[in-house]
Design a protein around this ligand. Structure first.
Ligand SMILES: *[C@@H]1O[C@H](CO)[C@@H](O)[C@H](O)[C@H]1NC(C)=O
Ligand SMILES: *[C@@H]1O[C@H](CO)[C@@H](O)[C@H](O)[C@H]1NC(C)=O
Ligand SMILES: *[C@@H]1O[C@H](CO)[C@@H](O)[C@H](O)[C@H]1NC(C)=O
Ligand SMILES: *[C@@H]1O[C@H](CO)[C@@H](O)[C@H](O)[C@H]1NC(C)=O
Ligand SMILES: *[C@@H]1O[C@H](CO)[C@@H](O)[C@H](O)[C@H]1NC(C)=O
Length: 379
């Protein structure tokens, strides 16, 4: 694939293909990871009942506690999907956070077995997510997802999983659907999403662009003020990105034009999308490291394939897969591998720098679990 934005968008609807599989999968992983990193306390069912029984009449004893021990080490980024007959934990009728364009069931998807899988890390068990315990851990805290639609999808998944316990109220400070804020009132827990697919400052230079998919001016050394202006108030921030860097963009550094990706402008050097992406993620992490008042934990969520397979992002595709891949059936390669490598390298550099400044970073490595047939993703 030489020119991802060089062809006309043939099927706009493809960008709105149902995402329930990824939605579920991402959630199981991300939610397994968060409590493991966030606390070293032991939780018991009694504890949960004591905390919640007055407020939450919906607490059920079958929501078993997840025990988290200080010395537990297990790399949950590698493993296999295994069948889970107990799933799914929510459906299109129990959770309103599934958007219309993600509602496979409503539009006639006949099977449901694709919802019944769980992630089994190599060498340990990842417990089934306990929404009551999660909310208890997050009491008085706040969590923001910053990035593209895959990150937004994760936030929706989280709302759906937590819906077994309680729904949040809409606490958005702007009417813009790209910047939602939810409040779990009984827990004083805030969940927010920031739409910032490039993570850095961006100006849409041409909604049409050379290829009808937009042309974006990216200021690679300036973080996007949309999230930057509000991020200090959050305890946990999860960044993600990558997919949008294959679009036609013009790169600026220090306000000077340095090159572009597929812009077709005369005498402007064409640079790979990895150039833009590396600079962008570096800018984000450096900015966090220099944010005096930010005391939270920063997660870098590693690369995940897009919402569908069977076609590049602008060319249609499908979501007909009935079960996840076995690890030996797929591998990280091409652009996906390059993006992943950049994320891990930039994360390590930022973490090292952050140590000196008391900043905390975590790598949320969901890439292997999320892999689909790699030849179709953003390459
Ligand atoms: C959920 O999916 C079913 C089909 O399984 C459909 O009949 C129903 O209308 C959908 N409900 C909602 C609220 O989307
Ligand atoms: C909610 O949590 C914040 C800290 O995030 C705290 O300052 C505030 O007092 C809490 N509010 C209530 C009502 O508990
Ligand atoms: C949450 O904040 C309230 C009000 O500041 C405080 O009374 C309570 O102890 C806090 N709970 C936790 C778990 O931090
Ligand atoms: C591109 O660069 C060449 C050589 O420097 C120059 O002759 C030409 O005028 C430039 N074209 C434009 C459109 O700037
Ligand atoms: C992958 O491993 C399974 C056993 O776990 C085996 O049956 C299958 O043939 C392997 N597939 C490939 C493509 O190597």
């Amino acid at each position: 694939m030489e020119f991802p934005c060089g062809k006309k968008l043939s099927n706009n609807a493809s960008q709105r293909t149902p995402k329930v599989f990824i939605l579920l999968a991402l959630t199981l992983i991300i939610l397994g990871i968060i409590p493991l990193h966030y606390t070293s306390k032991w939780y018991s069912a009694t504890n949960l009942a004591n905390h919640e029984s007055e407020k939450s009449s919906t607490y059920h004893i079958e929501d078993m506690e997840i025990k988290i021990m200080d010395d537990e080490t297990c790399d949950i980024s590698t493993g296999e999907w295994i069948p889970n007959p107990d799933g799914p934990y929510y459906t299109n009728t129990t959770c309103w956070a599934i958007h219309e364009h993600q509602n496979c069931m409503k539009y006639g998807r006949p099977d449901t077995d694709f919802l019944k899988w769980r992630w089994k890390p190599k060498g340990c068990e990842l417990p089934i997510f306990n929404p009551f315990q999660f909310l208890d851990i997050m009491r008085n805290k706040s969590l923001a997802f910053v990035g593209d639609s895959v990150g937004r999808n994760q936030m929706q998944s989280l709302i759906c999983l937590l819906s077994r316990a309680v729904y949040p109220i809409d606490d958005s400070i702007s009417p813009d659907e790209n910047f939602k804020r939810w409040k779990y009132v009984d827990y004083n827990f805030t969940l927010a999403t920031y739409w910032s697919p490039f993570l850095v400052k961006m100006k849409e230079a041409d909604a049409d662009g050379p290829t009808k998919t937009g042309l974006f001016n990216l200021y690679l050394d300036e973080a996007d003020d949309k999230w930057l202006s509000q991020i200090e108030e959050f305890d946990y921030v999860i960044f993600n990105g990558g997919h949008w860097f294959t679009r036609c963009s013009v790169y600026y550094e220090n306000n000077q034009l340095v090159g572009c990706r597929y812009c077709g402008l005369p005498n402007v050097t064409d640079l790979p999308s990895t150039y833009g992406y590396q600079k962008a993620i570096r800018t984000v992490l450096r900015t966090i490291n220099n944010l005096e008042n930010f005391k939270g934990i920063t997660f870098v969520r590693t690369f995940a394939p897009s919402h569908f397979e069977g076609g590049e992002w602008n060319k249609g595709g499908n979501c007909v897969r009935r079960k996840p891949f076995i690890s030996n059936e797929t591998s990280l390669e091409g652009l996906n591998l390059e993006l992943y490598t950049i994320q891990v390298e930039e994360f390590k550099a930022a973490e090292k720098e952050g140590k000196k400044k008391g900043k905390r970073f975590r790598l949320l490595d969901t890439t292997q679990a999320m892999l689909v047939e790699t030849r179709w993703t953003s390459k």
